[in-house]
Design a protein around this ligand. Structure first.
Ligand code: FES
Length: 112
């Protein structure tokens, strides 16, 4: 899904609905202007919304969310990231970029 960037005055913008994150732990994947965003509920803290840029810091491939393993995995060279985007296995040396995220009136909002 592609969105144009139309943030509210507080900088947050809607990327989808709460319902899109069901069945738990579902994902929302969008492209806001040129920025890819993937949002999930944290598997062990479902009240926490996580919004990440899925671009792998190693060489720029897009990581995939593996819900059965509760981690993001890069298809190119196998880097792995925990549900908050923290690198847990190289060759990536940095975490995924995370954005503030929240739910409001059934919408999922992120601040890019
Ligand atoms: Fe992701 Fe190399 S681009 S591990």
């Amino acid at each position: 899904k592609r969105l144009e960037s139309r943030p509210r005055p507080d900088g947050f913008q809607a990327i989808g609905t709460v319902a899109e994150l069901e069945p738990f732990p579902g994902t929302i994947q969008v492209q806001v202007d040129s920025t890819p965003v993937i949002a999930i509920r944290h598997p062990s803290q479902p009240e926490v919304l996580v919004a990440l840029n899925p671009t792998c810091p190693h060489a720029g491939c897009k990581v995939d969310w593996q819900k059965d393993n509760s981690k993001f995995v890069c298809p190119c060279h196998g880097s792995e990231f925990d549900p908050s985007g923290k690198v847990i296995r190289g060759p990536a040396a940095r975490n995924l970029i995370a954005y503030p995220a929240k739910a409001e009136n059934q919408s999922i909002l992120v601040k890019l």
